[in-house]
Every structure is written in structure tokens, then in C-alpha cells.
Design a protein around this ligand. Structure first.
Ligand SMILES: Nc1nc2c(ncn2[C@@H]2O[C@H](COP(=O)(O)OP(=O)(O)O)[C@@H](O)[C@H]2O)c(=O)[nH]1
Ligand SMILES: [Mg+2]
Length: 481
């Protein structure tokens, strides 16, 4: 029965857009229309991080195609959107508003575009790759020019001005944030910018996932007895703890091993080249690391992949491939996306669209600005929009009061199961019993809010109290009472 709550959020949001758009200055209406139309699209997941952190390699692994160039041509300097579509094709959207097709070379993007990166707004690639049905991926050039975190920057991110990577992140519903071995100061600043740009209902750690990139390179090299993935896991756990407010999780991933495993690169002859190294002492192997053939293998598997993959390769290409896939961490990332991002897609999209409209309505100089802001305010308080409050409160307790039992209850509402499951009642419970139980839970939540030791828990308690009240109202309404 509670199914359809995210749909109700979207419906209410469309109504708000209908109300507010006529109040906006002419020039801003098309921006608002674009934000509205994105509500009907797959979730947008932007891949951000420093230059050469492995973003494009990871994108290739996720779409299972070697489509994104991973060397330093023009292509790597433009924001690239990967959308579902057939036939496979790419087009450049230029800043002057025109578009032009880009020819794929052997199924991949060319290194050079024939247009300088400054003239490109974005490159849009359509691929008939199954994962893109649910997620549009946005590959970004990389963050090096992170600037002040202020209101102007926030508006720029939402309204389509400013640094390309930042702007792309502003158009995204969720982020994969690639981090090196220690999140640097500017990484954290960027995350704060992104969250600010998602508007007042920013979901923060609910829509940003940290990736500890190039996990196969952790540890101190060939003489380190530890497995680099074990080292990376420890580092990731530490970062997840430090950045609980900004990141939903930190997952160690080797994009390179994932790309290699998933894009059809591992032929029997390649596996044989790796297998031929089996039995060689690791020390001997590392002493001849300048050997061109070894260099070539390192580019495909990385030094750890070659060294640890040798024994697997003896078993053939399929064995090597499945080993790469199982150690690289990509499946952990996909599992998280499936369980936390995709099911919350509508709410995440709604948060972005609401934030974008709120920022437009607040623009100084906008005609009838007071009226527009009042409409946004009224929509935020509408019971139909309550799931957004739940998502926000869930974030707050998850990051600030992780042991609170309210977190689990909020997650129950956010992930939208049956009222009977939410209330712990069996199938025989009728609407009256459900409503009574819901009201009792509401009162309990209010009590928790009053006694809460942390502000996050107090907010969560109040939000949950309303969630249960609305649930009671809804079961009774559906029963026709
Ligand atoms: N060893 C290793 N190298 C990687 C990994 N991911 C990317 N690289 C290499 O790092 C370089 C930059 O990768 P790229 O994906 O183009 O980075 P981007 O600039 O963030 O898009 C390339 O030479 C990749 O082969 C990884 O997981 N492990
Ligand atoms: Mg790149």
C-alpha cells in the first residue's frame, strides 16, 4: 500500500513546477523546464575525483565497454554523459547550442574531438548497455580548480555556470567520489559544495559513495607481504568513519582490474602470457619491471594483477577473468548502488529538482519572488513530500547517531515496504489495528524526540512521529473510513 509514495512526491513536485514556472523571469523558465524533465530520466550518477584517479576506467567497467578514453586527449577534458540508447552513437553539445556527431572508433570514443574542449558543453554517448537503463553515468574531467564554498558557487553549480566538473556534479542525483589514499582538504570541500548544491533538502551521505580508487596499488609494493586490497580495506574503513557525514560508504575498487575483466580483454593468449610468469620469484619479476612485455601486462592488469594473477592464469582465461572480477571490488560497488541508490532514485531526483527550483525561486530580481518562495515552502510542508524529510532525517541519524533505533525505522519508511511490515503486524491485522499501532508508534517517536541526546535523533523522532501519523491516516483512507 505504501507503494507509490515516491510517485506521489514526483506528482506533487510537478504541480509545484506548474505553479512556480510562470512566476519566474522568462530567461529562467527553460532552466526550470530542464530540471523538471530530468525527473522522468534514470538516476544520474556523476563520477568525480582528481585527474587520473581512474574515473574513466571505472566508467568503462560499469558499462562493460572500453568506450571512455583513459589517456590524456581532448576527450578526457570534457564532461561525458553515458545514456541508454540504440544504436550506439555519440554527439557533441557545443556551448553555442549546436550539436555535432562524433564517430566512434572501434566502438570507443576517439582521443581527439576536432573541437577544443572549451567550446564543448558536453559529450553525450548513447549505448545499449543494460546498466544504463537505470543509471545515467556522467564522467567528469577531474577536480583541480575547486573554489570557494559559498552561495554564488552553489547557484553556479545548479544554474549551469562555473567549472565543468562542478557543474556536472550539480546536475547529478548521486556521486561516485574517487579518493586517493587520504581524502585531502579540497576533496572534502568539494563534497560540501555538492551537498550544498542539492538544495535545502540535501541528502548528503545518502547520495555520495566514496571509492578508494586503484585499490590494487595499495600497500608498499612487491615486497609487502600484505594483500593491497586488505590494506585498502583498512584505509577505506578509516575514511568511511571520518567522512560519515559526507559519504555513504567507502569502497575499495580496482577500476583497472574491473575494466580488464569486463570488457572482453582477457583472451586465452593474454592469459597464457600471464601464466608464463608463474613460478618466477616475485623479486625477479619486479627486477625486470622495465621489460616491455611486462610493462604491457602491467598496463592491463597492474603489477599486483600480474603478480597475483599468474597462478589463476594457469587455469585459463575464464579463471583469470573471474578472479579479477571477484577481487576488484566492482561487485561491492554495484551491490551498494542496487540497494541504496536505485531504489531511492525517485526521492534523490526529487531532492535535486526541488533544490534547483528553490534556488531559482530565490533568485534576487525574480518577479514575484515572495510568491514563488511561498509556493515552494508550502510544497515542502505538504504530506506528499514527507518522504523527502524522512530521507534527510535518515541521513542525519546515520551520520550523527548511528546507534539510534530510529535509523532502522526511518530506513523502513524510505525504502517503502508494506505497512504491516513497518509496524511488525501480521497479515490478519485490519486497517483499524494498523492505524492504532501506527498512532502508538507515533507517540513513542515523539517521546524519543523529547528525550533525545543528539539533535539528529530529535529531528528523526519528530519526522518519524509524522510518518506514523500519515501512515495511520493513509491506511484508514484506503479502507474507506
Ligand atoms: N593500477 C591501476 N591503474 C589504474 C586504475 N584505474 C586507472 N588506472 C590507470 O590510471 C590512469 C588514469 O586513468 P583514467 O581512468 O584515465 O583516469 P581519469 O583521469 O580519472 O579518468 C590510466 O593509465 C589507467 O590505466 C586501477 O584501478 N589500478
Ligand atoms: Mg577521464
Amino acid at each position: 500500500m505504501t507503494k507509490g509514495r515516491p510517485a506521489a512526491v514526483l506528482e506533487r513536485l510537478h504541480r509545484l513546477y506548474d505553479e512556480v514556472i510562470p512566476l519566474l523571469p522568462e530567461a529562467e523558465r527553460s532552466v526550470a523546464e530542464q530540471a523538471r524533465s530530468s525527473l522522468g530520466e534514470p538516476l544520474r550518477l556523476a563520477v568525480v575525483g582528481r585527474v587520473s584517479s581512474g574515473k574513466s576506467t571505472l566508467v568503462n567497467a560499469l558499462v562493460r565497454r572500453r568506450i571512455a578514453p583513459t589517456s590524456a586527449g581532448e576527450c578526457t577534458r570534457v564532461v561525458t554523459w553515458y545514456r541508454f540508447g540504440a544504436p550506439d552513437r555519440a554527439e557533441l553539445h557545443l556551448t553555442d547550442g549546436t550539436t555535432r556527431p562524433v564517430r566512434l572508433v572501434d566502438g570507443g570514443l576517439p582521443e581527439e574531438l576536432g573541437v577544443s574542449a572549451e567550446k564543448v558543453d558536453r559529450l553525450v554517448v548513447h549505448l545499449s548497455s543494460a546498466p544504463l537503463r537505470r543509471l545515467t553515468l556522467i564522467d567528469t574531467p577531474g577536480l583541480d580548480t575547486l573554489t570557494a564554498r559559498n552561495e554564488a558557487a552553489t547557484r553556479r553549480a545548479i544554474l549551469g555556470e562555473g567549472d565543468a566538473s562542478q557543474r556536472a556534479a550539480g546536475e547529478a542525483d548521486a556521486l561516485l567520489y574517487l579518493i586517493g589514499d587520504a581524502a585531502r582538504r579540497s576533496d572534502v570541500d568539494f563534497l560540501a559544495d555538492f551537498h550544498a548544491s542539492s538544495g535545502s533538502l540535501s541528502a548528503t551521505a545518502l547520495n555520495a559513495v566514496g571509492i578508494l580508487a586503484q585499490a590494487d596499488r595499495f600497500g608498499s609494493g612487491p615486497f609487502d607481504p600484505r594483500n593491497p586490497f586488505d590494506v585498502a580495506r583498512d584505509v577505506a574503513a578509516g575514511l568511511a568513519d571520518t567522512h560519515r557525514a559526507e559519504l555513504a560508504a567507502v569502497i575499495p575498487v580496482s577500476g583497472l582490474l574491473a575494466e580488464t575483466a569486463r570488457t572482453g580483454r582477457i583472451s586465452e593468449s593474454l592469459a597464457r602470457r600471464v601464466a608464463d610468469l608463474a613460478g618466477e620469484e616475485s623479486v625477479a619479476l619486479s627486477l625486470r619491471r622495465q621489460d616491455p612485455d611486462l610493462q604491457d601486462l602491467y598496463r592491463i592488469f597492474g603489477p599486483y594483477g600480474v603478480s597475483a594473477g599468474r597462478e589463476q592464469a594457469v587455469g585459463g582465461a575464464a579463471r583469470l577473468k573471474s578472479w579479477c572480477e571477484s577481487v576488484c571490488g566492482i561487485e561491492d560497488l554495484e551491490r551498494l548502488a542496487r540497494s541504496q541508490l536505485v531504489p531511492r532514485a525517485d526521492l534523490l531526483k526529487a531532492i535535486r529538482a526541488l533544490g534547483a527550483l528553490g534556488a531559482l525561486a530565490a533568485r534576487p530580481g525574480a518577479d514575484r519572488r515572495e510568491q514563488a518562495l511561498a509556493l515552494v515552502e508550502a510544497a515542502v510542508l505538504d504530506p506528499a513530500m514527507h518522504p523527502l524529510e524522512e530521507l534527510r532525517a535518515l541521513h542525519a541519524v546515520t551520520s550523527q547517531a548511528p546507534t539510534s533505533p530510529l535509523g532502522g525505522q526511518l530506513a523502513g519508511f524510505v525504502d517503502d515496504p508494506e505497512p504491516r511490515t513497518l509496524l511488525g503486524l501480521d497479515v490478519t491485522a485490519d486497517a483499524g489495528e494498523l492505524a492504532t499501532a501506527a498512532r502508538r508508534r507515533s507517540a513513542e517517536a515523539t517521546r524519543v524526540a523529547a528525550l533525545a541526546v543528539s539533535p539528529a535523533e530529535a529531528v528523526a523522532g519528530r519526522v518519524l512521529a509524522r510518518s506514523y501519523q500519515l501512515l495511520a491516516r493513509r491506511v484508514l483512507a484506503e479502507e474507506g473510513r
